[in-house]
Design a protein around this ligand. Sequence first.
Ligand code: FMN
Length: 168
Amino acid sequence: MKTLILYKSKYGSSKQYAQWLNSEINSDIFELDKCPDLSNYNLIILGGGSYFGKINGSDFISKNWNVLKTKKIILFSTSGAKPQDPLIKNLYEDSIPAEIRAYVRYFPLDGACAYERLTWTHKILSFIGSMFQSDPVKKNEMRQGFDRVKKENINPIVEYVKNIVFAD
Ligand SMILES: Cc1cc2nc3c(=O)[nH]c(=O)nc-3n(C[C@H](O)[C@H](O)[C@H](O)COP(=O)(O)O)c2cc1C
């Protein structure tokens, strides 16, 4: 099984997970913008951060569906919303069209945000978002940042990939 890992990461969480996956799975790894010829791969793992309710880079799947439909696809997101948060369902459904979701295995992963590293635009938008956030913990995270990126979070993906390879 030839595996390609692609990531689109503004502040590094999705890149970190992609690199950890690459260290556990025999694969090639590229930034999404430098994606190589897909025809050489059977399994594509794509990951991106969540921004304004959509997974960064997720459009790549529908745009390249003609090629990707012949392959196994794993999508992971990193987000401020925790993987068990009901918002994750909306995030996924707003990122991937229904007819494609049936063929994608999706893993939501916990993200990170170092407030001081945000661009000014993102700082302002996060602050404005925090004014509409009623959950005090989430409000605080949007103003101060958070870090829930841990290597062990990739374990379910690694397990899943090992099972596909074994089944092949
Ligand atoms: C401007 C901005 C908007 C964000 N929007 C969302 C969002 O809609 N939903 C969410 O769960 N997390 C949101 N986040 C949190 C990011 O998804 C999280 O920090 C993620 O780990 C970033 O991944 P990356 O560094 O790989 O880009 C947002 C963060 C910023 C700075």
